[in-house]
Write a protein that binds this ligand. Structure first.
Ligand code: HEM
Length: 402
């Protein structure tokens, strides 16, 4: 299968397909996601690994609960109004606040303020513009044209963003290990081998890879559950059987809930938060049995793979049941939302922890309805490097016994 061939771990008989400069082009401050040199990348990955261990994440779980509980109060307050709340944006407040705590040692105050922080708004705008900027490397003539197409204002905002990030990194360095947390930079600061500029670059990838993707999965899950009331009540029943109160909801206890996990898997199948196939360079290897000469660019698109009827029958229908029970026993779909191999997602355990807790708490404590008919929401989202998600207005009401 081409995905396995391109992204899988190299073996004695198969060479690694390294990341390609078509997309991963950052110069000397390449961060963990953009580093193309396999050896440098592996060293960097080892430095970050302790912060992503199950134990380190268990120690940080209280941060997820702290912000989720304030978030629930906010959606209850704002979501009871006639126009409801744009849950697409609200979930970004939450995930960027959590990721801010884990990266910079402080949140953006977005959940409390019920609005995006300036830093996040600029970052999101830059991500949505990244597809245009990324074209620069594809055709040499575009190298000269694209910078002319990028407005001066964008360049100014990028500079402001960098200055703000640097300030936040300095603040994190000042905290040192005084917060007693094994957060993303704890091990790196202990080793003292990364300068401010490099840390800023790492912080940016951690924020965008960690917060935007998780918000996408959660928004899509709420949409699909809202559009499929029988699935929503099945999930509610599972949660009511498992928990006597929302205070009992924990990462460990949600990990074993089959329906909750099926909802997340099915959501990421049909709407993968990291939707494209990141480009790789052939080392002179076969892909799906066809020899690809060295230096050729290759990729397999994650969304297309997930929505292929050979892989999941009736692929455009959202059906959590295909993951569990009798259907699951007869073969689950093959999905790769976190990719595979040495460049797969380092944050996978954190992502599941966060998604399970947030989704379980929302479903357990809230009733919701769409303000207007949202149509098929995924079709209103546009694909850039990540999804540029459409608004989704919902009204919320706290459930009586939560
Ligand atoms: C539902 C949530 C998430 C999804 C679907 C997801 C998906 C992915 C995918 C597909 C990749 C590979 C990208 C590539 O090959 O260029 C990746 C890499 C990465 N992800 Fe995630 N991710 C999620 C959450 C997170 C979280 C919570 C973090 C924590 C900070 C994180 C941090 C990273 C980093 C640093 C990389 C680069 C890893 C490397 O190159 O070694 N992600 N993710």
């Amino acid at each position: 299968m081409s995905f396995q061939d391109i992204y899988g771990v190299p073996t004695k008989s198969r060479k690694l397909f390294p990341k390609s400069e078509l997309f991963y082009d950052m110069g000397s401050t390449a961060n963990i996601g953009y580093e193309r040199d396999p050896e440098k990348h592996s060293a960097k990955r080892k430095m970050f690994a302790p912060s992503f261990s199950a134990q380190a994440l268990r120690d940080q779980e209280h941060i997820i609960h702290q912000y989720t509980d304030i978030f629930l109060l906010q959606i209850e307050r704002l979501g009871t109004q006639p126009n409801g709340i744009n849950i697409t944006e609200a979930l970004e407040w939450l995930t960027f606040d959590i990721m801010g705590e884990l990266t910079f040692g402080e949140s953006f105050g977005a959940v409390r303020e019920a609005k995006h922080h300036y830093w996040v708004s600029i970052l999101l705008a830059a991500v949505y513009g990244a597809s245009v900027a990324g074209l620069r490397n594809r055709l040499s003539v575009l190298k000269y044209i694209i910078p002319l197409l990028i407005p001066k204002e964008t360049a100014k905002r990028a500079a402001q963003h960098h200055a703000l990030s640097l300030r936040k990194v300095r603040h994190r360095l000042e905290i040192g290990d005084a917060n007693g947390r094994e957060d993303f930079f704890a091990n790196i600061i202990r080793n003292g081998n990364m300068g401010e500029e490099q840390l800023t670059s790492e912080a940016t990838i951690l924020m965008i890879a960690g917060a935007e993707t998780t918000a996408t999965a959660l928004t899509a899950a709420l949409y699909f559950l809202g559009a499929n009331p029988s699935c929503l009540s099945e999930l509610r029943d599972e949660l009511s059987r498992a928990f006597a109160s929302s205070k009992d909801i924990t990462g460990d206890r949600t990990a074993g809930l089959p329906y909750l996990n099926a909802v997340l898997e099915e959501t990421m199948r049909i709407f993968p938060p990291s939707p494209v196939g990141p480009p790789r360079k052939s080392p002179g290897e076969t892909v799906d049995g066809v020899f690809v000469p060295e230096g050729m660019y290759v990729s397999t698109d994650i969304t297309s793979l997930h929505r292929d009827a050979h892989n999941a029958p009736d692929p455009h229908a959202w059906k959590p049941d295909r993951w569990i029970g009798e259907q699951g026993k007869h073969g689950k779909p093959y999905t790769v939302p976190f990719s595979i191999g040495s460049r797969s997602c380092i944050g996978i355990t954190l992502a599941y922890l966060e998604m399970r807790i947030v989704l379980a708490k929302i479903v357990y404590t809230m009733e919701w309805e769409f303000v207007d008919d949202p149509g098929y929401w995924p079709d209103r989202c546009t694909l850039t490097q990540l999804w540029k998600k459409a608004r989704l207005e919902m009204r919320f009401r706290r459930r009586a016994y939560s």
